[in-house]
Write a new protein. Structure first.
Length: 279
């Protein structure tokens, strides 16, 4: 049995016996309670494109339905993590709002921030981030790694926009430092370094981190205090506000605002879905 057929069999088994017993990572080891939650969701919620029946019915009728398979796996992973039915269904709804095509497209200008990943990729992600956002410091390095050397390598392009947040201490200064490093050719290197050392921030940390990356101290200080860095940050902030950004991180996938779950496994999943659709 190939992997796709095995997964479809696993979903079907949820409808018959609990816990599920099948050869799939997501559904095989579900407890009776988690299996019942997954069954309820799969029997009631349709995919957001293609088949208009509940996910379980879609897979019974067409075991190779790629979106139904993907969403079934999504449901089983959440059931395995002890999420309740309502929580999983809300996650499905937010995913649908993000991934339904064509969807609303937002205007995002080209900016002087280098692309990470495949520059020719049909899937383009723009992330509005704050250099002092604790969630960004955990999510963005993982997403960058998946795009540059992991499961999304060769299929996705990632760029960022600095978006200072008033509630983040030292946000303006930290984002100006990011913009300065970008202007000196160390955009990704500096941002990822700042996130790796996020908990060690002090007012003089940006200068130290620039030195760690081999940037000239005087040039970095001048760039951080200069008009180019400030103009870059101000323009990114204004653009984000026009696009409804209120918090960081906020992601846009091919111009559509992403409002789904912001864990790296879900992001890999939806970006793989987008890459398949873009082929």
């Amino acid at each position: 049995m190939n992997a796709r057929a095995a997964f479809a069999a696993a979903v079907a088994s949820l409808l018959v016996a609990l816990p599920a017993r099948a050869q799939t990572p997501a559904c095989d080891a579900l407890s009776a309670q988690a299996g019942e939650v997954a069954r309820q969701v799969l029997e009631s919620q349709p995919p957001y494109e293609g088949c208009d029946q509940p996910i379980a019915t879609c897979l019974k009728n067409n075991p190779s339905d790629r979106l139904a398979l993907r969403l079934a796996d999504f449901v089983c992973r959440r059931a395995a993590s002890r999420q309740d039915r309502a929580t999983i269904e809300r996650s499905l709804e937010r995913r649908a709002l993000s991934m339904m095509r064509p969807g609303r497209r937002y205007t995002i200008e080209d900016a002087a921030w280098p692309i990470a990943g495949c520059t020719a990729a049909k899937v383009k992600v723009v992330a509005y981030v704050c250099a002092r956002c604790p969630f960004c410091s955990k999510l963005l390095p993982d997403l960058h790694r998946e795009i540059t050397a992991g499961r999304l390598a060769g299929r996705v392009a990632l760029t960022v926009r600095p978006f200072p947040i008033k509630s983040h201490a030292n946000s303006t200064e930290a984002n100006l430092a990011v913009a300065a490093a970008a202007g000196l050719g160390k955009a990704w290197e500096y941002l990822l370094h700042a996130y790796r050392h996020f908990d060690r921030f002090t007012p003089d940390a940006p200068a130290r981190w620039a030195a760690d990356l081999g940037l000239d101290a005087a040039a970095f200080a001048a760039a951080a205090a200069g008009p180019a860095a400030r103009d870059f940050v101000v323009a990114a902030k204004k653009e984000g506000l026009r696009n409804g950004v209120e918090a960081t991180p906020t992601l846009f996938i091919n111009g559509r605002r992403y409002v789904g779950d912001l864990d790296v496994e879900t992001l890999v999943d939806v970006l793989e879905e987008e890459a398949e659709a873009a082929r």
